[in-house]
Write a protein that binds this ligand. Sequence first.
Ligand code: GAR
Length: 192
Amino acid sequence: MRVVCLISGDGSNLQALIDWQIKGLLGDAEIVGVVSNKAQAFGLERAKRANIATTVLSHERYPDRCQFDRALISVIDNYEADLIVLAGFMRILTAQFVNHYANRLVNVHPSLLPKYKGLNTHRRAIEAGDSASGATVHWVTEELDSGGIIRQAEVPIYAHDSEESLRQRVLEAEHSLYPAVIRDLSLGVVAC
Ligand code: GAR
């Protein structure tokens, strides 16, 4: 299963996937390319260190979302991707893009969906007085953060938590959740 990861920033989830791949734990999945919409994304360095091909496609160079997404499709299809893994890719995708990759596009979101779609998930969970939060891996559909849930990981919220301490705990949970899901998808354990 040829996997292309889309990133915008630090790429710690990408690193977790790379680590599992290096250890032979990623099943039949192989990360064949990493695409970033930001040239400064540290995740690009992580990919290069692992000898994985990278592409930078800056959204600022395109007049609108549709044209950027069309260019993105062309880049991804050049990698002959079977599965597209959003790993901190901070762009809203057009229906055209999502439909092109129907049942081949997954995302990790830092909340227990359907709670807290969108941004500032940790702050909202703390402000609501929740006792738990977590991460969700889900299929991507046209509606933001609303596609079918594949698997979730739950973490506690403590009384002394800040947005940052909760962010770290959720991120750590993502680092084992996401690679395990990609492995299982590649092995057919999870239906596409
Ligand atoms: C992760 O926490 C991921 O869940 C979140 O961005 C972070 C990326 O971290 N994604 C979203 O919020 C998408 N809506 P990383 O770059 O270190 O993997």
